[in-house]
Design a protein around this ligand. Sequence first.
Ligand SMILES: NC(=O)c1ccc[n+]([C@@H]2O[C@H](COP(=O)([O-])OP(=O)(O)OC[C@H]3O[C@@H](n4cnc5c(N)ncnc54)[C@H](OP(=O)(O)O)[C@@H]3O)[C@@H](O)[C@H]2O)c1
Length: 335
Amino acid sequence: MRSIDVAILGATGVVGREMLRVLEQREVPVGRLKLLASPRSAGATLSFRGREHTVEAVTDEAFQGIDAALFSAGAGTSREWAPRAAARGAVVIDNSSAWRMDDAVPLVVPEVNPDAARERPRGIIANPNCSTIQLVVALAPLHRAARVRRIVVATYQAISGAGIEAVRALEAQQRALVAGEPAEPGPLSGQLAGNLLMHWKRDTASGYQEEELKMVHETRKILGDAEIRVSPTAVRVPVLNAHSEAVTVELARPMTATEARTLLTGAPGVELVDDFANGVYPQPLAASGRDPVYVGRIREDVGNPGGLQLWVVADNLRKGAALNAVQIAELVFAS
Ligand SMILES: NC(=O)c1ccc[n+]([C@@H]2O[C@H](COP(=O)([O-])OP(=O)(O)OC[C@H]3O[C@@H](n4cnc5c(N)ncnc54)[C@H](OP(=O)(O)O)[C@@H]3O)[C@@H](O)[C@H]2O)c1
């Protein structure tokens, strides 16, 4: 891979900081590095490869000469700044929901649809929603072999997916719970410590949450199959990091658990952790800080013969965000 000049917009956030770690760990040949955020964080410093870098407030000039602009600063910021960064010649790889369903913006998971990254008329590539990424990495090998027709998925999403302030709020709530004191909701919609929440934006017409509808539409776009039916439920759980998913899948032909295990063994980005008889299955604590999408509890669906059930766990900050974005940059600047 050639050396690339990189900007990170949202560098001070949980995903931005993870991007720095991933770039460092994967030894991506980064030339110039621009760390960008809002004026609130201008002047702060972040470490990369043993050197302190100063965070700047985002400006048009900051993107001049940049090859890859990795965005993780929210949808509103992306809508404003992605076209401006692209106009300066940067390839924008955006983590927000702003561009994912735009027909002129590819939605890319490198293990699943790498070729989509080639056509990017707006100069923008979208990184899918974290829950969608781990779902499609696990299901793509099954889809290729036997065409996925229907997915029923319940997510168990960690608080790190809601950003740095939400992580701090949960930690304070957990301390208050232990002390028997009243807990402040902070940026959360209520108490998450000792509880479950469904606090994403509601889609009043359908009764779903936007987080759930993202999984419906993004899964179809990435797998390139508009016929796939997805029935999602998204739940926030008091886990610090790594999302889990209970997935029920129906294919165009019956598939045994043995065949699914064979297809998933060595599949790109997948690691099987599937020895339930001995209590071995994917867990968020073990997945945290690691790259693979862990798949386990593969079993033939007792309620729908021919179908399958799986348990899928991945680090939402890494494969669900920072790692996937860096992998896209590696793909684009491979030669
Ligand atoms: N967390 C996840 O697992 C995950 C997964 C997939 C996608 N995403 C997406 O990634 C994005 C960032 O998420 P996060 O969890 O890292 O959030 P976060 O911890 O709250 O960080 C937000 C970052 O965006 C910057 N920012 C906010 N408003 C800005 C503005 N107007 N101009 C420039 N910079 C601005 C913040 O800078 P300041 O320090 O100056 O405030 C900070 O660096 C979101 O779009 C989120 O949906 C997150």
